[in-house]
Ligand binder design. Structure first.
Ligand code: FE2
Length: 354
């Protein structure tokens, strides 16, 4: 399978990964042949990319670190919790720990898989999909840092709930399709303290999980909010979630901007790492990210175009590429696969549409 943007999708293409609606229902299932009406529907749901199966991408398998069903269930859980909070500013669910334990088990079983960015978020279900992604990314980092099961669970619970305070922020500010003014930004900032008020007395939430909700926007150099603390005064869990949060936000389409390419986000986080984030945690975090996710189109230094077939955990920037197009854009008669860890004179120049 390979990833294509919705503008490049044509009728007759075959869907390789199911598309889910905001409430977890299957909109279009794996294997469906796309018709113009389906494509229109995907556009209406603000879906910007899908996975398709074709001759070029045969046998390319995009593995996810957690399975589709777990992801959907986690999304539904956080959605229900936030719905409940909307009216009562509290939630009664005791399922959060169980869900996080389940995610941890799957991550431990899939230790060798790099994050492939395989979740297809829509702009509309952003908050829920983002919460699950931040949970997964934080846990993977926590596993890398050697945290024990109990600490992982507390980290995962806080990460899943980190933006719970957004439920009390007015939608017109939260979904404003333009840059926020100072007043609006000050309102957004309150999601940390308001979220903390929701979780701090909940018997199912530990103090360290609740702290993540309060402190995930603190920055290592003290430039964050709401406490403006710096360095190791920020609890380890909040330092981890801060990186996962920024990474996932930047790699997602938002109402006010398009997503940024993974390799550009990695560069951004590495550069900011010195100031905003804990450098050691940034290094651990990045070890789990596929710089060029499987199924992505890339342009090589030779001018040829290819699709990422597999990634190498030890050399994330040097994956295996199936070369499918000549430098002039014409399709090759036979596809060759190059392992960039062995062919050092060829590099990836950028990602591209094929
Ligand atoms: Fe936040």
């Amino acid at each position: 399978m390979r990833r294509v943007s919705i503008e490049k999708v044509q009728s007759g293409m075959r869907l390789a990964k199911s598309i889910y609606s905001e409430d977890g229902q299957v909109l279009l299932g794996t294997g469906v042949e796309l018709k113009e009406t389906y494509i229109e529907r995907l556009r209406n749901f603000n879906i910007s990319e899908i996975y398709i199966e074709d001759e070029l991408s045969k046998d390319i398998d995009v593995k996810d670190v957690i399975n589709d069903r777990t992801r959907q269930e986690a999304k539904t859980l956080i959605r229900n919790i936030m719905e409940e909070c909307k009216n009562t500013s509290q939630f009664t669910s005791d399922k959060v720990k169980g869900m996080v334990n389940h995610i941890i088990d799957e991550l431990l079983a899939n230790k060798d898989i790099l994050i492939n960015l395989s979740d297809l978020k829509t702009v509309d279900d952003y908050t829920f999909a983002h919460s699950v992604n931040v949970c997964v990314l934080s846990l993977i980092t926590g596993i890398k840092l050697g945290l024990n099961q109990l600490r992982l669970r507390d980290l995962g619970v806080g990460a899943l709930l980190h933006d719970i305070g957004k439920i009390v922020i007015p939608e017109n500010i939260l979904k404003k399709p333009a840059r926020l003014d100072d007043n609006e930004f000050n309102v957004i900032k309150t999601h940390t303290t308001l979220g903390y008020d929701i979780v701090k007395n909940n018997p199912n939430i530990s103090a360290s999980s609740a702290y993540i909700v309060l402190a995930h926007h603190e920055r290592y150099d003290g430039s964050g909010y709401p406490l403006c603390i710096k360095g190791d005064n920020i609890h380890l869990f909040a330092r981890i979630v801060a990186i996962a949060d920024v990474y996932d936000a930047l790699t997602s389409d938002r109402v006010y901007r398009k997503k940024v390419k993974v390799h550009e986000v990695i560069e951004y986080i590495t550069t900011l790492g010195e100031h905003h984030f804990d450098k050691t945690i940034v290094e651990c975090f990045l070890e789990n990210i596929a710089v060029y996710p499987v199924g992505t189109g890339v342009i090589l230094s030779t001018g040829e175009k290819g699709i990422i077939v597999d990634v190498n955990k030890r050399f994330p920037a040097r994956p295996i590429v199936r070369v499918v197009c000549n430098p002039d854009g014409s399709r090759k008669n036979a596809f060759e696969e190059i392992d960039l860890t062995k062919t050092l004179n060829i590099m990836i120049r950028d990602t591209c549409e094929i």
